[in-house]
Design a protein around this ligand. Sequence first.
Ligand code: MN
Length: 266
Amino acid sequence: MTKPRIGISSCFFHADPTRPIFKGKTLLYLVEPLAHWIQSEGAIAYLIPSVSEGPHAASLADFAADLDGLVLQGGADVSPRSYGEEPLKPEWNGDFVRDQYEIALFKEFLKLKKPVLGVCRGAQLINVALGGTLYQDIPTQVPGAVAHRNWEIYDQNFHDLEIQARSRLATLFPGVKKTRVNSVHHQALRRLGQGLLVEAVCPSDQTIEAVRLDADGADSYVYGVQWHPEFQAPDRSETTPSSLLPAGPLLRDFLGATGKFKRKSR
Ligand code: MN
């Protein structure tokens, strides 16, 4: 059986005339732990670049046709302009260029019914691509919410997670209703995009932490998690609290949806 070929959407370092390397050029990148997590079950990870115009140029549709699944990675804020709002503060402008690229990419994979997994910003992007909205800043717009981001401790910031009954997550983790996840975000899902179902919330402030597309009989697999599974141990925790949600089952579920996944024997 061939190995699943998984495309990862790019993060953008926009052209910066003050940068000492690649001055004035846009850089596209991914975060290494995400690629290593996807590859940990034998899938092969590829970075999907942005595309250029031109009659013979490769399109995002070509990438969707060529790959088996898409992971939308974390990074810059989603621009409020992508869901019809003005930024409440200039520092919450987000990355409109990246939004447009990722929304187009998401729609191409959806069109071909190829699985999509959104991580952190990726979950928010899925929501916006399906017509939903976000909180631009949790501390400002959800008074009393727990700390969903703490720069000092970054991926060591955790909060409780409540898994919804009859969710896909509940079938992946039978008997687990309450667990813990990391939290490195200051935006959150507000109005749900069309067809999305809430899979898990932060119980103390009801922040939406996981969603999936209700495919309604169709075979589209679209899943978004607000936490970073790639920063948590895949199956058994050694460096993080043992109560954390293991990241392996979600990855195998996503890869399984490609129809090309067979776990390597060890
Ligand atoms: Mn959170």
